[in-house]
Design a protein around this ligand. Sequence first.
Ligand SMILES: Cc1ncc(COP(=O)(O)O)c(C=O)c1O
Length: 446
Amino acid sequence: MGNEFMSIDWNSESEMKSEKLFERSKKVSPGGVHSPVRAFKSVGGTPVFFKKSEGAHLYSVEGTKYIDFCQAFGPMILGHRDPEVAEAVHRMIDQAWSLGACEPFSLELAEFLTSRVPAMEAVRFVSSGTEAVMSALRVARGVTGRKKVLKFDGCYHGHVDSMLVKAGSGLAGEVASDSAGVSDAQETLITGLDDDAGLEKVFAERGSEIAAIILEPMPANYGLLLQRKEFLEKIFVLAKKSGSLVIFDEVISGFRVHPKGMAGMLGLTPDLLTYGKVVGGGFPLGAFGGKKVYMDYVAPQGPVYQAGTLSANPVSVTAGITTLKKLERESIIEKIGQRTDVFVEKLKAGFKAVDFPYTVVNQGSVFWMHPLTEGNKTIRAFPQIPANHRTDYPGFFHAALKRGVYLAPSAFEVAFVSNAHTPEILADAADRLIDAARASMAQASG
Ligand SMILES: Cc1ncc(COP(=O)(O)O)c(C=O)c1O
């Protein structure tokens, strides 16, 4: 199998080896990859090269089949290449690719979003989550005339310059950037998740300078750090008092944990929201939106410039709307959430039975495995993550890989269950992961 239009020799057993392909990739792309986590740097070893995906499975170039819990880092909520989405996309391929003009396809998706997500009164489509965040921040600055943005230590919002700032000690204040080449990190203020006093302090000291506070309402980029509702509510109270906008980054949680997003689920109304991943059904699409009074600042309606050649691409929009309609029609978000609850309970019991000192946390179909904490306390901020996770996860990851389970190649990435993960596949996966846990401990001690 392969693509006959490519010059790679798909039938050559000696060429179709992940190691060989990675060596070739390193010569032509930085680190051999097109996004850093794919390089396996934090788990070690050679990244697996995949040639095919289907449902809950990935197939490596060597022909090995894996149960996939990475799910392209979140978008594939229906599983890989869902037949209904595939058919709609094929039809759109025969109709229009890129128009750079007005069309009805994105209108349908825009009407779907604004009628389902209570806080989304108006929406603009872009091509990625990063672009959505970048644009939402610009709107907030345009609306308020302020420069500073407050973000949380341990939240990731894409590779927007001002969002690439160090995970600090939880004290409010300017920080250096995590990345070279970033010049405006000084406009970003940081405070800690689950830290009421820190939040109050930064608003008391800098509130009048803050254009927006941005957060993942379900932080899922430094493990899964579930927040107390009172903490989230406090954010709204403090932001309102100082005239700052609240931006919910729902790039992961949007159409993943609840049909109305975390905002709808919690009954909170952020001023602006960002969406990505699921909203494009596995194709490049992002969205930012929110209260109409603020979205009216966006060009050509208002003075905040924002544009994109491929924005609202018809193929991406088609994959998105087909995915979202299927999710709604078949109550898939709820169903896979319940299936994940069962799976997580089985994993927790299995880890305990083999004395693997890990537990599992989930919110709907998003789950994360982490070392047991003292007193089984919920981890709500990244400094609470036991230090051994970084060193113990790679052994577990590779033991799982050997047993045909593909997890995200980082201790701090969450895992995703899709509609294609049937109860049978999940039960099988749990057995494999429990066996991987047993084996990784035996290896560590032996
Ligand atoms: C919460 C959140 N915001 C923004 C982004 C950036 O999205 P993208 O990778 O599509 O640019 C991500 C990506 O993982 C994310 O998890």
